[in-house]
Design a protein around this ligand. Structure first.
Ligand SMILES: NC(=O)c1ccc[n+]([C@@H]2O[C@H](COP(=O)([O-])OP(=O)(O)OC[C@H]3O[C@@H](n4cnc5c(N)ncnc54)[C@H](O)[C@@H]3O)[C@@H](O)[C@H]2O)c1
Length: 334
């Protein structure tokens, strides 16, 4: 009789292992491949499970997927605790597991908070690469938290960014962020006093906030701007005004998830500003050349990301491959 007590090598990667194994250029590359696989119908990505932890002012999201291309199954448990900031803990914490699809063998477990930030940056980078004007050099960031940092890093990876401005309702946090990012990325990073000041002269805008209402006024968005909207994932919340959604060429990560979770779309449709056909494409269709991207310099393009599970698996796949090659992580018998 076959024993069930067999041990196979299993890798565990810490946050710093993930950071080392997943540079932003690799993340952008992995996200381009993941988005294309998703839009071509290659990956199985069920809508994520959402559990509200009301008494803790928190949410848990359980995200799973299967990628035939990578021959792996991915699972992420991500928690979002609003009150963590009061005790100096991150808003988002997560764990990602990778399983071999052919034999069902668990392969790795890794810290998912850094992975989420780098893959979300990589996703916006992939979108920006095909949607922003090629001469874009100036970025406006809304939010100065974990995601904002990797958004800016990604923008610097796909465009020769020279100047960034950041607006956050928490001005002192924005100040610390600007100092840190200037040193890390060696570009100019200034703090904007108002949303309008942040948008003035921005070629690319990244919204990465925990806001529930639009973070800027539509009239301050100049023609030709590309916007990555990566915050909020609930149908009754939004970062981008309906009027901006209505006048933009809108691209999403995944249509059905976006119509379930993106308040930007759901609320604009409810207000009669857009219909379902307003969504021009999934980003994977543009990356694959099936649909066109930006059509004119003066067009406003908007990439709305709610985040999809095969992004996590694609990033975890890179961590496992490169991490093992670089001798990172710990190998344990499971
Ligand atoms: N699309 C994705 O795949 C994806 C992945 C991870 C996180 N997210 C989302 O990204 C957002 C940011 O996450 P985080 O980990 O950086 O959180 P965080 O708490 O570290 O940072 C959020 C920042 O937003 C600021 N903020 C709130 N309201 C604002 C407003 N009106 N204008 C400007 N700034 C404002 C807060 O002061 C805070 O500094 C969250 O909504 C999260 O759900 C999306």
């Amino acid at each position: 009789m076959q024993t069930i007590e067999f041990e196979q090598p299993f890798h565990v990667f810490s946050a710093s292992d993930v950071r080392t194994a997943l540079p932003m250029e690799e993340s952008v590359k992995a996200m381009k491949a993941a988005y294309q696989e998703l839009s071509a119908g290659g990956a199985t990505v069920p809508l994520r499970t959402h559990i509200a932890l009301q008494q803790h002012a928190a949410d848990v999201l359980v995200m799973s997927c299967y990628s035939p291309r990578l021959k792996q199954v991915g699972l992420k448990i991500i928690t979002l605790h609003e009150r963590n900031v009061d005790v100096g803990l991150p808003y988002i914490q997560a764990t990602v597991m990778v399983v071999d699809a052919e034999r069902g063998t668990p392969l790795a477990l890794m810290s998912g908070a850094v992975l989420t930030a780098i893959r979300t940056g990589g996703g916006a980078g992939a979108a920006t690469d095909v949607l922003a004007r090629s001469n874009a050099t100036r970025v406006a960031l809304f939010g100065s938290g974990t995601q904002a940092a990797t958004q800016l890093e990604a923008m610097c990876t796909v465009r020769p960014i020279r100047h960034a401005v950041v607006f956050d309702v928490d001005h002192s946090r924005a100040g610390r962020f600007a100092e840190r990012m200037e040193a890390e990325l060696r570009i100019e990073v200034a703090v904007a006093a108002t949303p309008a000041a942040a948008l003035a002269e921005a070629d690319i805008v990244c919204t990465a906030t925990t806001a529930r209402e639009p973070v800027f006024d539509d009239r301050d968005v100049a023609p030709g701007t590309h916007i990555n909207a990566i915050g909020v994932y609930k149908p009754h919340e939004r970062e981008i005004p309906g009027a901006t959604v209505a006048r933009a060429r809108v691209v999403v990560d995944e249509r059905s998830a976006a119509w379930q979770e993106a308040g930007e779309l759901v609320l604009a449709r409810r207000e009669g500003l857009i219909s379902e056909s307003h969504v021009h494409a999934e980003i994977g269709e543009i990356l694959a050349g099936v649909k066109p991207g930006r059509q004119a310099d003066e067009e406003i393009t908007l990439f709305k990301s709610v985040g999809v599970a095969n992004q996590d698996l694609a990033a975890a796949h890179v961590v496992l491959e490169r991490g093992a090659r670089l001798g990172l992580g710990a190998e344990v018998g499971l």
